[in-house]
Design a binder for this molecule. Sequence first.
Ligand SMILES: CSC[C@H]1O[C@H](OP(=O)(O)O)[C@H](O)[C@@H]1O
Ligand SMILES: Nc1ncnc2[nH]cnc12
Length: 293
Amino acid sequence: MAGSWHIGVIGGSGLYDPGTLDDAQEIPVASAFGEPSGPVITGWLAGVRFTFIARHGPGHRLSPSHVNYRANIDVLKRCGVTDVLAISAVGSLAEDIAPGSFVAVDQFIDRTAGTRARSFFGDGVVAHVPMADPVCPRLSALAADAAQGAGATVHRGGTYLVIEGPQFSTRAESRLYRQWGAKVIGMTAMPEARLAREAELPYALLAMVTDYDCWREAGESVDMSAILKVMQANAGLARQTLAALAQSLPPDRAASPIDAALDHAMATPRSHWDPATSARLDAVAGRLLKIAP
Ligand SMILES: CSC[C@H]1O[C@H](OP(=O)(O)O)[C@H](O)[C@@H]1O
Ligand SMILES: Nc1ncnc2[nH]cnc12
């Protein structure tokens, strides 16, 4: 069934506000999963609704390990977002992916420490969603086209290696990740992408390349001051990408298979759902809760 687009944007390092949105307002949205990273801003661009949240919060006070990824996705779902576009600063693991360019990521390798809450499920309601293709190809292509239209150099496809951080990698790690075929490295895409899938939200990630990490022979290492310079230049381009995306979205949003990701994922029959857990899942699994058990 076709409907309207409502794009949720998660702004990463350097992107702490969405730029000018028509009718922008901060809306109070509480999550059953705790505090989101910061204010939720909603508004319009070219007649398309956008709702924005800054991943590290105002003033970048949350480290990658302390972002409440569940609350962020849950509040976007509660706002009625249909699709999530994540924007992230990353290091490049490939010579041809230069700082300043963008990568429309299509795969992830998760090397986080396992301490981040990475599922909405458990506690008496068990689900296993497929993650073989973690990125929505439609949203990713639209975002890549929009970034290109805004003037960015865009690489389509590439694996994002997610480390726990907050320290950058050692050279041995960085070189190992290249052997694994990863193209970019960052600290935040997991569990964000997993949670978006559980919430039946098509997810795409536009990675803004800020550095070459530390794998190159020349001996340079990653340096926050160099990263900050690239991030400042990229933030404007990211906002222009949102404007270009709004202009280019098809007028109607055709349904995506990801909108029904939970259909074949539930291990626990509805009759056995824990009542407290199902109350917390009123947004994430709201579609299933509306169907008679
Ligand atoms: C500022 S460099 C390290 C920092 O930037 C990235 O965050 P985000 O994905 O939110 O843009 C990276 O993952 C680290 O958290
Ligand atoms: N080299 C790098 N490693 C991890 N996260 C990053 N974010 C930006 N550059 C990065």
